[in-house]
Design a protein around this ligand. Structure first.
Ligand SMILES: C[S@@+](CC[C@H](N)C(=O)[O-])C[C@H]1O[C@@H](n2cnc3c(N)ncnc32)[C@H](O)[C@@H]1O
Length: 632
């Protein structure tokens, strides 16, 4: 959580507001704008809350949506479910994404899919925003209505940094508390949360426009004098030193961030004479560290990934939690049945998006979502949406031998088993014994019968076991993609951590590759994933593996959204096939930051110069080395 959130300061002024004002923005103007913005925001928030109170009214009246006061959305779900009741649908399907779900009835056409998205919001034409695309996901968590909410700090800060399935992380109401805030009597029609979100977005847009007008009025009144050109001035070295002793308040820092970004976005016009781009970047970095609470090392690394404006979006997204999502366990139930059961408990939910047939987004729930009878019975896993992705890419098939090299607490292992319909074998390994307890518990709860659990350092594979059809390496990482869940990442990762982690990731990935059999008739596939967004933990690791193992190549992940991986970064070039890898970001995809790469192994022999290695082709075959000992 950044200082802004911790100190409960208001949300930053919208950038577009500041961008409209040419020249120096005085402190007085800043204060005025801030005041205007907050006043306007308060008005809008209060209006939004009033509108938002309707669902709770039904609750207060003892009429939840599944009873006499039934919102359109619940009716639609029910209608859809009833329709599907009549069709005989397999509980589990293989081949990655196309598993059974309520939107997967056999006769379903594309048109039907469209009508399913209707269900998201009867009059919301933006349903496609949730689908697999690089466009921003417009689904807005309620917490966004509260600009300075601390609720996100409830998020899971456990070692399980990719956000999977620790019951206690979900058993609290978390972001759902905000639901109660909307409790108020009203005569108006009940609204769905989606309606509320839509309305709130409209209000936000209006607010931004109002603020823009206010700012322009102030500017027109002469508070911002452009003269010929009054330029924003960076602080001098002395001022910077003085600020170390007596820091500015957050509003001032925030204003300066916006000023610097404005200058950087129009550098030729707005720069101060004698100042370089790096002067501005250095000050921006200091200010962002202070404002969002990151250490300088990590801030610099993250700033390098984005344009400055996008970096702000990324950092802002890290200040709010992602939606709670669950994965239907198709070994035990179907998504439509699960949805119906949860709706009957008053849970407000939606499919995550068209890219998954097993995921549900939980908007609010009157019961702890990690303690429902359905949860206890293993009908679902509380699992971050991003955590579905590597398994969809891996696409394990029935009767295969699959290795999940770092498996705890088991979100991906159990998803593999579901896709494999409990056939074949999943070896669920993790080096951490403590974390394996949760892995074993999840395997039992979800009714997984095709997994064995082991506790090796992944680097020991394939000496322990080899010849797998597929290997998933969901690698230990810095967690820069899950900062909204674990804010400690902002300050506790330094150069040594990154050096240690990237070495480990490289070694684990070579082991994962060597553990797969290129002779597999169905697979020969390796998936590498992390919940980090840094290039050194992702593209650089993949590039290293491509260089060390010419017997593999990158293939399409099968994920039709996400940004392409970097093929060059800050003067460094990677193999061009790195464009096949996929990056996911909180500010774009409304899911944790994530990286997925998929390899196909083409041969069990590695020919690299004078070295030739033979790697296992059958189960349990030991690594045989020729000529020279292999060093990872
Ligand atoms: C990102 S988490 C895995 C999450 C898991 N795949 C899931 O979906 O639930 C990374 C895991 O790597 C494990 N790990 C760390 N070093 C390891 C090693 N040398 N060999 C195997 N596992 C390791 C950690 O204990 C941690 O559980």
């Amino acid at each position: 959580m950044g200082r802004r959130a911790r100190n409960k300061q208001g949300a930053p002024l919208p950038l577009e507001l500041e961008n409209k004002i040419e020249g120096k923005v005085t402190k007085k103007l800043h204060d005025r704008l801030k005041h205007e913005a907050q006043r306007s925001r308060k008005q809008k928030l209060s209006a939004a809350k009033q509108n938002a109170k309707k669902p709770e009214q039904t609750k207060t009246n003892g009429k939840r949506k599944d009873n006499s006061v039934e919102p359109k959305k619940a009716k639609k779900i029910k209608a859809q479910l009833e329709e599907e009741e009549e069709s005989d649908v397999e509980m589990v399907q293989v081949d990655g994404a196309p598993e059974d779900g309520w939107d997967n009835a056999p006769i379903e056409s594309d048109e039907d899919m469209e009508s399913m998205s209707d269900f998201d919001s009867s009059d919301d034409q933006e349903s496609d925003a949730e689908s697999a695309s690089d466009e921003k996901v417009t689904q807005m968590p309620l917490s966004l209505l509260e600009s300075d909410s601390d609720e996100d700090e409830n998020a899971n800060s456990d070692e399980d940094s990719d956000g999977d399935e620790l019951a206690d992380s979900a058993s609290g109401s978390g972001g759902m508390e905000s639901y109660d805030e909307f409790d108020m009597d009203s005569d108006e029609e009940p609204m769905t949360f989606r309606d509320m979100e839509k309305k709130s977005r409209l209000l936000d847009k209006e607010r931004a426009e109002d603020e823009e007008m206010a700012a322009l009025e102030v500017a027109g009144a002469g508070a911002v004098v452009e003269g010929e050109r009054e330029v924003f001035q960076l602080p001098t070295e002395e001022q910077v030193a003085a600020e170390e002793e007596t820091p500015l308040d957050l509003t001032q820092v925030q204003m300066r961030i916006q000023e610097i970004i404005r200058v950087l976005n129009n550098f030729a016009e707005l720069r101060e004479d004698g100042r370089s781009r790096s002067d501005y970047m250095a000050q921006l970095q200091r200010d962002m560290c202070f404002y969002y609470g990151y250490n300088e090392y990590l801030m610099e690394k993250l700033l390098q990934l984005f344009t400055v404006s996008e970096a702000v979006e990324f950092f802002e997204a890290n200040e709010v939690g992602r939606p709670v999502t669950v994965r239907t366990n198709t070994l035990k139930t179907r998504r439509r049945d699960l949805a119906q059961a949860l709706i009957n408990r008053g849970v407000n939910l939606d499919p995550i998006g068209k890219w998954t047939k097993v995921g549900l987004t939980i908007f609010d729930a009157p019961v702890p979502i990690g303690a429902t009878p359905e949860y206890m019975a293993g009908h679902y896993m509380i699992q971050a949406a991003s955590s579905f992705l590597p398994v969809i890419a891996l696409a394990p098939q029935e009767n295969e031998r699959v290795l999940d090299m770092s498996a705890a607490p088991g979100g991906k292992t159990t998803y593999c088993s579901a896709l494999m319909k409990n056939t074949g074998l999943v070896v669920a390994n993790d080096a951490n014994r403590e974390r394996q307890k949760a892995l074993v518990a999840n395997i039992h709860r979800l009714g997984v019968a095709n997994a064995i659990v082991c506790n090796y350092d992944g680097r020991e594979f394939p000496k322990i076991m080899g010849g797998f059809d597929r290997v998933l390496l969901d690698a230990p990482c810095s967690g820069t993609g899950v900062i909204s869940k674990d804010a400690s990442v902002k300050t506790n990762k330094g150069p040594e951590d990154f050096a240690m982690l990237t070495n480990l990731q490289k070694e684990l990935l070579l082991s994962a590759i060597d553990s797969v059999s290129a002779d597999s008739s169905t697979g020969g596939v390796i998936v590498y994933s992390t919940c980090s967004v840094t290039v050194e933990e992702n593209e650089a690791v993949v590039n290293y593996a491509l260089a060390k193992r010419p017997n593999i190549c990158l293939v399409d992940t099968g994920l039709d959204f996400g940004r392409s991986g970097f093929v060059s970064f800050r003067g460094r070039s990677f193999h061009s096939s790195l464009s096949l890898t996929r990056r996911f970001y909180p500010h774009i995809h409304n899911m944790d930051g994530f990286f997925v790469a998929k390899f196909k192994k083409t041969s069990n022999k590695i020919q690299t110069g004078e070295n030739e290695f033979t790697v296992p082709t059958g189960s349990g075959v030991k690594l045989k080395q020729k000529k020279k000992k292999r060093h990872h």
